[in-house]
Structure formats: structure tokens, C-alpha cells
Design a protein around this ligand. Structure first.
Ligand SMILES: [Zn+2]
Length: 192
């Protein structure tokens, strides 16, 4: 009890402390919708993991959780840098922030049913590698390397595609892509 009272005192008397400020500065970012041409740009490598990059990643995570989604690429929030956030856990407590992610090995094949925050309400079957090996920087700028399979593997492949300017609907047949464009255009007109 005393601990909490002290904590609240601390928060009250330190309203402008860096920790509190960082939290209040976090923001939901607007998500670009297919077929916005900015989704088809190739993102640039991050040269150094700065506070700005960490703030971008924090805002992206907040945006992903609020959507809700299991992954988000910086491309989708109109920042053409190679940053992705992913959380495929049930409890939504296993956030993975990957900077300059590279898929260095792919094994096997799966068909995955995918959706995308940039293509709301649309789902499709996409061919993916079953297992991947990923190399990236973490938020401290350290190189991490790990293997992924299942949903995590599919999600990382989907997000790395965004960094290459690829949206999952581009794996679907031209006819299906045309139908999706028409549907989204109609929906945009109706909500305009
Ligand atoms: Zn997506």
C-alpha cells in the first residue's frame, strides 16, 4: 500500500519526468490503405537505432495493438524505413521489434490465410516458406538471429514484404486483385 502511495506521489510531483512524457507522447499512427502507391515503395535501411527510431517502434506497437493486428511495418504508417513490430501471442505480451530484418534462410512451403491492416476486411491464401531464419537489429541496435515457424514465420514474411513494397494481395490472381481494388474503392467512396 505504502509503495503505491509513494508511486502516486512520485508521478504527481514528476509530471514532466522523461518516463511519463514518453508515455503521453505515444501516438496512434494513421495506416495507409491499399492501393495507396506509398505502400509499393521499397523502404530504406535504418543506419542507427536512435531514440527517434525507438519512438517510431513504440508508436507502431501501440497502433498495432489498438487496430488490433499481429504485425505492422513502418511502410504502412508512411515511414519508408525498415522497421517492423510483431506480436502473435494470445496474451499480446510478446512484442518483437525488428530493425532491418532479413530472412536469411527459408525452408518448406505452406499456404497461409492472410489479412492486412492496410487491406481491411480482405483475406486470401498466400504461399509462404514454412520455416525461416531471421537476422535483425533489436531496439538496442544489437544483431539478433533466430528461427521462426508457424504464425510467427508467416507474419514476419508478410511484414518484410511490406518493406519491399509488396502487399499480400499481389500474390492473388489478377482477377481477385481487381475485385479487391473495386471493393475497397467502393468502400472508400461510401465512407468519404
Ligand atoms: Zn500487412
Amino acid at each position: 500500500m505504502g509503495v503505491w502511495a509513494n508511486l502516486f506521489d512520485f508521478l504527481d510531483s514528476n509530471a514532466s519526468s522523461p518516463v511519463v512524457e514518453r508515455k503521453t507522447q505515444m501516438a496512434l499512427l494513421p495506416i495507409l490503405h491499399y492501393p495507396d502507391p506509398r505502400l509499393f515503395r521499397r523502404a530504406a535501411r535504418v543506419t542507427a537505432v536512435t531514440d527517434e527510431i525507438r519512438r517510431l517502434a513504440a508508436d507502431m506497437a501501440e497502433t498495432m495493438y489498438a487496430a488490433p493486428g499481429i504485425g505492422l511495418a513502418a511502410t504502412q504508417v508512411n515511414v519508408p524505413l525498415r522497421v517492423i513490430v510483431v506480436d502473435v501471442s494470445e496474451e499480446r505480451n510478446e512484442l518483437l521489434t525488428l530493425i532491418n530484418p532479413e530472412i536469411v534462410d527459408r525452408q518448406g512451403e505452406v499456404m497461409s490465410e492472410e489479412g492486412c491492416l492496410s487491406v481491411p476486411g480482405i483475406y486470401g491464401q498466400v504461399p509462404r516458406a514454412a520455416q525461416i531464419r531471421v537476422r535483425a537489429w533489436n531496439e538496442e541496435g544489437e544483431t539478433v538471429e533466430f528461427e521462426a515457424d508457424g504464425l510467427l514465420s508467416v507474419c514476419i514474411q508478410h511484414e518484410v514484404d511490406h518493406l519491399e513494397g509488396r502487399v499480400f494481395v499481389q500474390y492473388l490472381s489478377p482477377l481477385k486483385q481487381e475485385r479487391i481494388r473495386a471493393k475497397l474503392a467502393k468502400r472508400a467512396r461510401m465512407t468519404a
